[in-house]
Design a protein around this ligand. Structure first.
Ligand code: ATP
Length: 249
């Protein structure tokens, strides 16, 4: 259990003349699992990437725990930003593993480099996490020799190496063949059961419905509606949510 929560207030973000986030606000409680769903291009990834400071917002505030990443459009110092983002782990659609490093190399690099973790400790931690995602025997393999599902499980283990308070997932199963999504969702389901704070941008309605504590429907740069999976899937209040769900379910 941890005390981190995410507080996003009135965040705006444009790419040129395209307004991608229109005054978005969001609060996430410690240990909450939130799924963000919505049509392609609605700003889901941009919102998530803004939390990890992979995108810079134009206005508004993002607070992680007690620390402001950005407050009323003004960013914290680069040292503070580093400190805040180190508390978050991110898992991407396309895995983003280092191709020239083995699985263990991928896992151990950041903890050794950033956290100065001794090699033996990094190795032990990597073993424990590879076991957790069912890939202990793949430690010496290179990413090119893994299936997409295995790559994504390595990416999740890598994110966990840094002992994050929050895990952010950006469409973690969208690049996978359908038969490989299950093994990744199973690891995510386990993390959810362990009460990891997670924000998951996903097209996987089954995950949103069965695993998330709360589902947010986003369209055209706005949060249209948010609720428990039962509320959102069973009895959506907004016409746009209904239309979207009718299309994808
Ligand atoms: N770096 C960028 N430069 C310019 N436009 C961008 C950039 N990144 C995203 N966009 C645009 O911002 C809008 C929102 O994109 P975003 O990836 O956040 O949507 P999304 O809801 O995650 O979509 P998807 O489900 O397809 O991944 C899209 O119109 C996209 O083309």
């Amino acid at each position: 259990m941890n005390n981190t929560m995410i507080d996003v207030r009135d965040v705006r973000k444009s790419f040129g003349s395209l307004e991608v986030l229109k005054k978005v606000s969001l609060q996430i409680a410690p240990n909450e699992v939130v799924a963000v769903i919505g049509p392609s291009g609605s700003g889901k990834s941009t919102m998530l990437r803004s939390l990890a400071h992979l995108e810079q917002v134009d206005a508004g505030s993002i607070r992680i725990g007690n620390d402001y990443l950005v407050q009323d459009g003004k960013y914290a110092s680069s040292a503070k930003i580093k400190e805040i983002t180190a508390r978050m782990g991110m898992v991407f659609q396309h895995f983003n593993l280092f191709p020239h490093l083995t699985v263990r190399g991928n896992l151990e690099l950041a903890p050794k480099l950033v956290k100065r973790l001794p090699a033996a400790e990094a190795r032990d931690r990597a073993s424990a996490l590879l076991e957790k995602v069912g890939l202990l025997e793949k430690g010496d393999a290179y990413p090119a020799n893994l299936s997409g599902g295995q790559k994504q499980r390595v990416a999740i283990a890598r994110a966990l190496m840094m002992n994050p308070e929050i895990l952010l997932f950006d469409e973690p199963t969208s690049a996978l063949d359908p038969e490989l999504t299950g093994e990744v969702l199973q690891v995510m389901r386990q993390l959810a059961e362990e009460r990891m704070t997670m924000v998951v941008v996903t097209h996987e309605m089954g995950f949103a419905r069965e695993v998330a504590d709360r589902v947010i429907f986003m369209a055209d740069g706005e949060f249209i509606e948010s609720g428990t999976p039962e509320q959102l899937f069973g009895n959506p209040r907004q016409e746009r949510t209904k239309t979207f769900l009718n299309r994808v379910l």
